[in-house]
Design a protein around this ligand. Sequence first.
Ligand SMILES: [Zn+2]
Length: 501
Amino acid sequence: MKKHLLVAFSFATLMVSAQDKAARYAPVISAKGLKEKLTVIASAEMEGRETGMPGERKAAAYIEEQFRKIGLQPGNGNSYQMTYPVYRDEVSDKSLRVNGRSFEWDKQYFFNLASVSNGTLIINNTVFAGHGVVDSAKSINDLSGLDVKGKMVMVLDGDGGTGSAAGSSFAKMNALRRAGAAGVLMISTAFPKATATATTSNIYFRQATGAPFVVMTISPEIASALLGRTATLSINDLKTIKKGTYTAEMQLMVAKKTTTLETSNVIGVLPGTDKKDEYVFLTAHHDHLGMRNGQIYYGADDDGSGTVSVIQMAEAFAAAAKKGDRPRRSIAFMTVSGEEKGLWGSEYYSEHPIYPLDKTTVNLNIDMVGRVDTERLTADSLNYVYVIGHDKLSSDLAPINEGANNKFTKLTLDYKYDDPKDVNRIYYRSDHYNFARKGVPVLFFYDGMLKADYHKISDTVDKINFDLMQKRVQMIYYTAWEMANRDNMLKRDIPLTMPGR
Ligand SMILES: [Zn+2]
């Protein structure tokens, strides 16, 4: 009896397929391991991981340490970090004088930090354009007959009683920009300001080129001075002023310092065997929203969950390699920064790829896989994941993913977000899109947590369902295993339709 069993067992071992081998290492991906790592990534010490800030740098260092411990090779030459610069402006001096008279910041004016350059701006003529409403549908054009090209243009607040939608500050700004104005001076009575205007800008990715379009808000006192008046006109008086060009010297002195901050994508590689020049990319974003008003945005699900999923999959594939079951293709494990700011890290990678994108067979991207969608009211709410991109770029994606899932994990793979009528446009909203637009087939895995605690301080570790998360991550691992070991790269047989605007 015993002997027979042994014979049967070794025979079965010989017959084991590549996919079944995957099952030996899947248990490395465990609820316990995911929780351990997420407790670090989404801890207060990481301060919400805002791109370029100390907390995000700490998270990147932690991920590097994990990749090193697992035995991955550095993904960027001899470094695990692919650094890229981001910027932040700080304005110290910002004084304004009109005809020699000084005005005070926040008491009589303020401006959008990104809209001014360092140095002194001197303006001798200002155009007054009434309310500055341009609305062709209503045959309103407050700019008609005015020479606004290269000029600073002063406008009153509101639509001037026309009911036009073009009465918003935004619409006026756009109309003036289109007309070639140098900037807009919006007249407002909301002075002195109740809250101080920030003098440090948000972090940004791309430095603007060319002269900026000045966006400044001014009090009626400044407006009156620019119109050559010594007494201050009321808003009602200002409404009666004739449109046209007025002469007054305005001097704006700005001392603006741009600081360059460093951020990074973290990349570790497990080299393959006979197909090691081809790559499977497993990605997530490690950045989140940082801190606001002293409160930490922990980002446990978004996207601490994806980050630790990538690390645990690396552990599983490294364990396989150690036992002689190294994947045929190389696998790159990458966590990117800048996602919350606008997919910066993945954009940077796709514009400066370290591994050829035409040899990158697939990108499996994970952004939020630890929660249950509160809007999902079906019986499978503890056994599903949304899969996005199954019908795009490659007809190989869905059969492989579904095959792996049917064999091992048996989750409901929900394609709801691939419906072209879906308004959330998820396909274009996370890092995989930067691979997709370069032609790399992608699948994106997501739990659907758009309401609940999405982008709130309450997105914390205690809300994660680690058993469900383990199952989802194992499913992605099985999918990656097959894509790394099959004979051919995924075919690229479905052209991507770009989003309509
Ligand atoms: Zn996210």
